[in-house]
Ligand binder design. Structure first.
Ligand SMILES: [Zn+2]
Length: 249
């Protein structure tokens, strides 16, 4: 029952994240006006706006203009729902569960915006940092959160400066630096190192595959935000315990 509840709440929040993903990079309000078709502008009725189900019933097309609706919408909704269930199964019902849910929701929005627009909005990274500091206060680990924030910023800033000096081009965007700093409030110094290491590994792996298969050029900039986000979530679920086991502390 509780799993189903988390799944449904996740679907509804995923639907809201879709609004954020579409509107924030376009400089539009995320609360007003109500949802409309991005193609023809028709106001959506409540029954056109049920997560995943409406998409299936309408066969991925707008009821009014019959234009194709991106499959990204149901994907974001399902992803958010699955994440919500996983957080519940791992952490139960605690105050920290609420923090971890918000953590993942902001990262999902940031990842998709970075993927489509090559930017990570400050409004998202700032929100993430504030929620992370609140998490630090509640868990009596505020110092841990602040040190994680500063370490994340400095670490990626140094990587960016070195990258620019060596490759003579922008290797790392300012958005990535701020994102790792904001993540640091949750995962701390050890988590920041884990996140950057795993994200670089995954990013290089995907980059090599894309270039080898002719789907990307060497010079092409690939968004790094989704890798940082995924790696931080991996740290939250397994990374922290894994490192503790390996190093015994
Ligand atoms: Zn339409």
């Amino acid at each position: 029952m509780i799993v189903v509840a988390f799944f449904i709440i996740g679907l509804i929040i995923g639907s809201f994240l879709n609004v954020c993903i579409y509107r924030i990079p376009r400089g539009k309000s995320i609360v007003y006006p109500p949802s409309s078709c991005p193609l023809c502008g028709a106001r959506l009725k409540w029954y056109d706006n049920i997560p995943v189900i409406s998409y299936i019933l309408l066969k991925g097309r707008c009821r009014y203009c019959k234009g194709k609706i991106s499959p990204i919408y149901p994907v974001v909704e399902l992803l958010t729902a699955i994440y919500s269930v996983l957080v519940y199964l791992k952490f139960g019902i605690t105050l920290n569960t609420v923090f971890y849910l918000i953590f993942g929701y902001i990262l999902i929005a940031a990842s998709f915006i970075d993927f489509f627009h090559y930017i990570i909005p400050d409004s998202l990274t700032l929100s993430l940092a504030f929620v992370g500091l609140a998490y630090g206060i509640v868990n009596h680990e505020l110092v841990h959160s602040i040190v994680g924030l500063i370490f994340g910023f400095v670490l990626l800033y140094v990587v960016a400066v070195l990258g620019k000096a060596i490759f003579k081009k922008e290797a790392m965007g300012g958005g990535d630096i701020k994102l790792l700093a904001a993540l640091g409030t949750f995962v701390g110094v050890r988590g920041v190192l884990f996140t950057l290491f795993v994200a670089s590994f995954l990013g290089s792996l995907v980059g090599v595959v894309l270039i080898a298969s002719g789907n990307a050029k060497m010079s092409q900039r690939l968004p790094f935000g989704p890798y940082l986000s995924l790696s931080a979530i991996i740290y939250l679920f397994v990374g922290a315990e894994l490192l503790a086991k390996v190093y015994g502390f």
